[in-house]
Design a binder for this molecule. Structure first.
Ligand SMILES: C[S@@+](CC[C@H](N)C(=O)[O-])C[C@H]1O[C@@H](n2cnc3c(N)ncnc32)[C@H](O)[C@@H]1O
Length: 176
């Protein structure tokens, strides 16, 4: 996808996804998500954290700096392979956030960035997260607000792709 609103998960390619973080909007997303981590992620010494839908491991690497043990999970084998080749992430698991392969009450922290909005069964994923999160655990979630300028652009791009084909030339230069 050539649009600046972000790569589409249906055609996601690890290299394309990582390269997008270097574009104007990608840099903005990177900064916003790192701000989110700094603001809401509370380090639990000795805790276990799950990066649910880790993609290329871009933010898993940031979470690892906290010193918590981090398990990164993604449905895509290509993403897992890429994350393994780029970052020193020991625990990488291929799996589905809508049916998580973990026992109940096993995580102190679960982080899920820009995944929920792309799921077929978002409620199933949230139920799974509640199941595997310890009662005192923290859940840090980031998703694209569909009413934000970015979200609206994204929907236009998706409609264009569905009904017209290809992608609109979309040059979002502003940081909103
Ligand atoms: C937009 S990317 C976000 C990746 C990463 N969280 C980030 O912020 O850079 C969405 C990721 O969710 C993964 N994904 C989509 N549906 C999934 C599912 N049902 N279970 C696990 N991962 C899923 C995709 O393979 C993709 O890597």
């Amino acid at each position: 996808m050539d649009s600046n609103t972000g790569p589409s998960p249906s055609e996601i390619n690890p290299e394309t996804y990582d390269a997008w973080f270097k574009k104007t909007v990608g840099r903005y997303a990177d900064k916003a998500e790192k701000r989110l981590i700094a603001k809401f992620f509370r380090i639990r010494p000795g805790g276990i954290c799950l990066d649910a839908g880790c993609g290329t491991g871009h933010f898993t690497a940031v979470l690892l700096e906290s010193g918590e043990s981090v398990i990164a999970l993604d449905r895509s084998f290509d993403m897992i392979k890429y994350a393994r080749s780029r970052h020193h992430i020991v625990d990488l698991v291929q799996g589905n956030v809508e049916a998580l392969p973990f026992v109940a009450d096993s995580f102190d922290t679960i982080v899920m960035f820009t995944v929920l909005e792309f799921l077929e069964e978002p409620r199933a994923a949230l139920a799974e997260i509640l199941r595997i999160l310890k009662p005192s655990g923290q859940f840090v979630i980031g998703f694209l607000n569909r009413r934000s300028p970015w979200g609206i652009l994204r929907q236009v791009a998706d409609c264009w792709e569905t009904f017209i084909g290809g992608t609109p030339v979309c040059t979002v230069g502003a940081e909103f």
